[in-house]
Write a protein of this length. Structure first.
Length: 206
């Protein structure tokens, strides 16, 4: 039997999913959780084979919960099930360790096949999600910062001015400005604050 944990902040959604899997002879729902923090607790205690994880939830979001479960219980597979399929939702979830990403308009049979595949360690992606990932692959330079650019971005995040960053790296202020412009272009932002925010979102900063 495949042991399944459902993590979603909407009771009606959890109930619908529980009813869906009640017809599967090889899948049993061992527990539910209403937010990411509770999901981590339940997954740690129950050790399911697959966690069906929503993304946008109170207390703790699905991406953070997925990353935490990846560290604490690496054998538990997280399958994202959400209504959101923008690149800003998809990429962080995959980077956090989700084995699959489905949308809530998936048919019951498709959902059950996905859970079975996830339990086998196979990735399952909605078509729109695949398109986002392919687009990311086709843009290999986008978002890929050099080691020096990461150093500059980290100094900026720590509150350094261009002059302070230049002194710390033993280069001229003009070079700092050039690095910053490259960082803006690669991260798709226009200013320092947005670059720092995007750097944290992409886990480029500590």
């Amino acid at each position: 039997m495949i042991r399944l944990l459902i993590v979603d902040d909407h009771p009606i959604v959890r109930g619908g999913l529980r009813d869906t899997f009640a017809y599967a002879e090889d899948i049993v729902v061992v527990g539910e959780a209403g937010d990411g923090a509770e999901g981590i607790e339940r997954a740690t205690a129950l050790v399911p084979d697959v966690v069906l994880m929503d993304l946008r939830m109170p207390v703790l979001d699905g991406v953070t919960a997925t990353a935490t479960l990846r560290e604490r219980t690496p054998d538990v597979r997280v399958l994202v099930l959400t209504t959101f399929d923008s690149e800003s939702d998809v990429l962080p979830a995959i980077e956090a360790g989700a084995i699959g990403y489905l949308l809530k308009d998936a048919l019951p049979d498709e959902l059950m096949r996905a859970v079975r595949a996830a339990a086998r360690g196979e990735s399952v992606l909605a078509p729109s999600v695949t398109q986002h990932l392919m687009g990311q692959i086709r843009r290999p330079s986008a978002g890929t910062l050099t080691a020096r650019e990461k150093q500059v971005l980290q100094l900026v995040a720590n509150g350094s001015s261009n002059r302070d960053a230049a002194k710390a790296l033993f280069i001229g202020e003009a070079s700092i400005k050039t690095h910053l412009q490259h960082i803006y272009d690669k991260l798709g932002v226009r200013d320092r604050a947005s670059a720092v925010a995007e750097g944290y979102r992409r886990r480029l900063l500590t």
